[in-house]
Design a protein around this ligand. Structure first.
Ligand code: HEC
Length: 110
């Protein structure tokens, strides 16, 4: 029984420490492995379809690509005051660089 509890604990521990960007190749960030996980984790909780704030959804490639290309997302995450995620913790320097790199690389859908 102790062993089962231990194994169960281990599973919980590894799922908690799982890094959302573990498989992301930061030099050549892909949409599915780098970009989508950042938005799923930090933005979609508010930016979903028919949200109570009536703000743009950022739930898939086209929606995200559109707002990356027009500059609003990159501006919003770098802003000094009132940055996105709204009232939350700023994205890490690494996460911001990944998003900027994906933009520089031409927002590939990979
Ligand atoms: C807690 C809710 C919440 C989260 C999380 C959130 N947003 Fe927002 N976002 C808002 C609201 C509400 C607005 C509407 C404008 C305002 O109230 O500031 C908004 C507006 C925006 C805008 C357009 C207006 C502006 O301020 O530039 C962008 C771009 C944006 N969000 C990007 C993001 C990105 C990227 C993330 C994730 C890194 C994110 N948001 C996470 C709530 C949120």
């Amino acid at each position: 029984m102790k062993r089962i509890i231990f194994l169960f604990g281990l599973v919980i521990l590894t799922s908690c420490t799982y890094n959302e960007l573990a498989v992301c190749e930061t030099d050549n960030p892909s949409f599915s492995e780098c970009i989508m996980p950042i938005f799923s984790e930090h933005c979609i909780e508010c930016h979903f379809h028919n949200n109570p704030y009536s703000i743009m959804p950022l739930t898939n490639f086209t929606e995200i690509q559109d707002k990356i290309i027009n500059g609003t997302i990159i501006e919003s995450i770098n802003r000094e005051i009132g940055f996105m995620p709204k009232d939350g913790k700023r994205l890490s320097v690494e996460q911001i660089l990944i998003i900027e790199k994906w933009y520089e690389n031409g927002t590939p859908n990979n």
